[in-house]
Design a protein around this ligand. Structure first.
Ligand code: GLU
Length: 280
């Protein structure tokens, strides 16, 4: 059974890039008769905002991006069991951000600084295995990346905050997710997450990375791109069909004005890889 998820982070309002990734997740799960979960990714409590979460829910409902079940939000979860399972690969790192960002020999991560020092406090990092890894993305085809170019991921920050990397993988494993669909800004990083899946003893999911959507200025969508937000389009009188006629061509389904109409035409490998740059 395919299990997909919509995993919004309530730190910013829903924009067209989120809609594209969520539509791909919705279509992918529905096309294969799977279940779709909703999980609020508020692990970074310093960035999560309740009023933003409500607007995300409203926008998702307005667009018909509905899930079958809502699972526990990240801020209410316990990540100690996942950390215990990963323990043989964890070490404490006392490097400052500046030290971490210094160029190290290719793929060195933090090795040489902290990995063998047995520090008892500091950030908790996960020791990556060496070598390039391959995986298949259902849109981008076979991928080969060396995860160590990213350095060993921090799973728990020095101040105790659990990181995105630990939370997203531990939750997907706990929730039985088989189908990860998200924006292609995370395509290369997938190799790092596959090592976390494997270390947690779970078979990695299917991967699908939807086109990234950029503002007319070529930058990643953010608060400053007001008109690319679903709420702003609604306020300006747009209907859900208007939004779908913009977004669905990015998923290889031009001319469709609803998810129901798009579903029989869904092909995960079809359409542009992106990035899509919005017109002025
Ligand atoms: N919460 C993440 C986001 O908003 C998506 C989760 C994932 O990595 O798949 O981009």
């Amino acid at each position: 059974m395919i299990v997909g998820r919509l995993a919004p982070t309530p730190s910013g309002r829903l924009h067209l890039g989120n809609v594209c990734a969520f539509a791909a997740a919705w279509l992918s799960a529905r096309a294969d008769g799977g279940r779709l979960l909703l999980r609020i990714e508020d692990v970074d409590v310093t960035r999560a905002r309740p009023e933003v979460e409500q607007s995300l829910r409203d926008d998702l409902a307005w667009l018909g991006l509905t899930a079958d079940e809502e699972v526990a939000r990240q801020s209410s979860r316990d990540y100690a069991p996942a950390l215990a399972r990963l323990a043989p690969r964890l070490y404490r790192c006392q490097c400052t951000r500046a030290m971490r960002e210094q160029p190290l020999p290719a793929g060195a991560g933090c090795q040489g600084h902290c990995v063998d020092r047995g520090h008892t406090d500091g950030a908790i990092r996960f020791r990556l295995d060496a070598g390039p890894m391959t995986f298949v993305d259902r849109r981008w085809g076979p991928q080969r990346t060396d995860p160590r170019t990213f350095g060993d991921p921090i799973l728990v920050r020095r101040d105790g905050l659990v990181s995105y990397n630990l939370a997203v993988v531990a939750d997907d494993v706990a929730d039985g997710v088989t189908d990860v669909v998200r924006g292609s800004d995370l395509l290369e990083y997938t190799a790092v997450q596959i090592q976390l899946w494997q270390a947690l003893g779970a078979p990695p999911p299917r991967w699908l990375h939807a086109p990234l959507v950029l503002g007319a200025d070529g930058k990643k969508l953010s608060k400053s791109h007001g008109s690319a937000h679903v709420g702003a389009m609604r306020d300006a009188g747009a209907t859900p069909a208007d939004v779908w006629r913009v977004v669905l061509p990015w998923l290889g389904i031009p001319g469709a004005s609803s998810l129901a109409e798009a579903l029989p035409r869904w092909d995960p490998a079809a359409g542009p890889r992106g990035p899509i740059t919005l017109p002025r």
